[in-house]
Design a protein around this ligand. Structure first.
Ligand code: SF4
Length: 248
């Protein structure tokens, strides 16, 4: 099986003399709702999407999007191996926030049939599995956009600890409006706007992905410590850049 895995680290710094650098310098003073508003309505009108996992903290960014421009495309990556509660939460949150363009994207059925017909690939090669079920579908969905918005935060640790508000991954701008928000600010936002929580949060989950690769967080560790437990893997690959793994 030939497979090009994405191996490069996120490219956070682009020379300001480049077009990508110009955008980052021009809007460097913005963050939060103001950054979101400017990116959607001024910098990339009609050419920007939000990616959301509809996980435990997703409601915060999606609430901001609903206030700024509810018609913004929201890409929801359904790998086919999500918790049923996540799909249920996606439907109810979309309705409550009035999001007008949630697009459910998923893996190519031909890829699944050829490489993961029994949905067991995650047991032998999680990178390949994530590539088929996450990286390629998102890459395909982002083809018609110049930029995408994520809800990643610095406090989530690992590769996210120095997350900039605007980055460029070689093919797209990535906007991280709430990169510097704290856990307390997220909690306050849930309360202030009466946002619903993911149904699995009360069971102790702090970060949710596919059910085969998601456990309860390790006591005393960061919120994402329940993801890919016992593996040297902290990200699924959609945030690796540039996307070296654009084929199988
Ligand atoms: S998180 Fe696990 S099950 Fe989901 S795509 Fe990645 S390896 Fe596969």
């Amino acid at each position: 099986m030939k497979f090009d895995k994405a191996t490069s680290a996120p490219e956070h710094h682009v020379a300001s003399s480049s077009p990508a650098g110009d955008v980052m310098v021009r809007y460097a003073h913005l963050e939060g709702a103001e950054l979101l508003d400017t990116m959607i309505n001024e910098a990339f009108p009609g050419r920007i999407a939000v990616s959301s996992s509809f996980g435990t903290e997703s409601a915060v960014l999606l609430h901001l999007v609903s206030q700024v421009a509810p018609e913004t495309p929201v890409l929801f990556l359904n790998t086919g191996l999500l918790f049923a509660q996540t799909e249920q939460y996606q439907r109810s949150l979309q309705k409550q926030l009035g999001l007008k363009d949630v697009r459910i994207i998923g893996p190519d059925p031909d890829h699944l049939e050829q490489y993961d017909p029994k949905s067991k690939l995650h047991k032998s090669d999680t990178d390949m599995c994530c590539h088929l079920r996450k990286v390629l579908p998102l890459q395909h969905a982002l083809g018609s956009f110049d930029a995408w918005i994520t809800g990643r935060k610095r406090f989530q640790g690992s590769a996210r600890s120095e997350l900039p508000f605007i980055e460029h991954d070689g093919s797209h701008y990535k906007i991280n409006p709430i990169a510097n928000w704290s856990p307390q600010e997220l909690k306050d936002t849930f309360v202030a706007h009466n946002l619903p929580h993911h149904p699995l949060e009360e069971a102790g989950y702090t970060s949710l992905g596919c059910y085969p690769c998601t456990n309860l967080p390790v006591l005393g560790s960061d919120a994402r410590s329940g993801r890919w437990v016992d593996q040297n893997k902290t990200e699924c690959g959609i945030h690796n850049a540039p996307w070296a793994g654009d084929s199988i």
